[in-house]
Design a protein around this ligand. Sequence first.
Ligand SMILES: Cc1ncc(COP(=O)(O)O)c(C=O)c1O
Length: 399
Amino acid sequence: MANGETYFHPNLIPTHKRLPVVFTHGQGVWLFDEANRRYLDMLAGIAVDTLGHADPRLVAAISDQASRMIHVSNGFHIPVQEQLAERLTRLSGMDKAFFCNSGAEANEAAIKLARLYGHRKGVDCPTIVVMDKAFHGRTLATLWAGGNTKIQTGFGPPVDGFVRIPFGNVSALEQALGRDPTIVAVFMEPIQGEGGLNLLDPAVLDQIAEVTRLHGALLMLDEVQTGVARTGRAFAFQHSSIKPDVMTLAKGLGGGVPIGACVVSGAAADVFGIGSHGSTYGGNPLVCAAANAVLAAVEADDLPTRARDVGDHIVSLLRARLAIPGVREVRGRGLMIGIELDRPCGDIVGLALEAGLLLSVTAERVVRIVPPLTISTGEAEHGVEILIQVVTEFLRRRP
Ligand SMILES: Cc1ncc(COP(=O)(O)O)c(C=O)c1O
């Protein structure tokens, strides 16, 4: 199927445009297609495959758990889920976790929690501050918490209860909080992924936390993409000196197995109780065994440090070699890296595929690389070489 036309299977709803390649297996940072051609995976299933492909520790955890018991429901104690909650709270310094199946679901939990927190404070119509260019998922509430009008089109009426400010703008936040007594929470990504790899100075997050706290609102961080060591710390908020009230996780947490988490602390820790939220699959033994294996490997291999070191190396190589017309900026934190061009560059994904490299383009003009955190320096340098060739070739062909 490689190099073919875009193809849609007649029995699949065509929600996703798919590249003309079929992978049969992976090993570490490499994926192999039907012709056994290998591709360097600097996409990691969109920041999901934390340990790369076929990591023996993750494979063993999943197959061992599957051979004993996959699912029992949350009507029972699940020790492997309790263990995962202990791990997450120890790593984050937070108090409790609720498990679900995706990033959007984790964010739905956060939005519901904020509303319940508001109602308990006597706010009848609670409002949540959200950011321009935010992405929080594709369910109804998360769609309208996000700032991408393109993906909202056709799905009105909008979900109410959000007020939007520019990303990371502290004075706009102060004004909104001063103006609107119904605001009960501030909800944002510490680094925007889908919105174009938009970084936030950690000191600004400190200020946002302080302003939010003074107002008595909850600070809720969407760490679905930034969490689990991706940015060089276990969680991106740890670049600042704050602790959020709510943090959502998914993507990298399961290393490819679908799991989401809504982690809470302080004023948010005791908002949900019996019956206020739930999930059939959320936190079942299979996914929790996988997530425990991922987090154990993150600690054993000190993947935050690797993400920071390899990420810094990639950024400095790219900055040195891509100081050319057409490249606006190379930016990143840890292994969440973007190259912003001065023109739409979706075609780079196909060019990179032909050259044996997997990556994505976000916000039309930003080439994004989010490789497995286990990537070695040599593998990263190999990827950078291909990337530079592909970007240079693209800019030459599309002046
Ligand atoms: C920051 C952020 N939040 C939420 C989501 C939605 O996650 P999911 O696709 O697992 O629902 C994403 C997905 O890209 C994301 O990047």
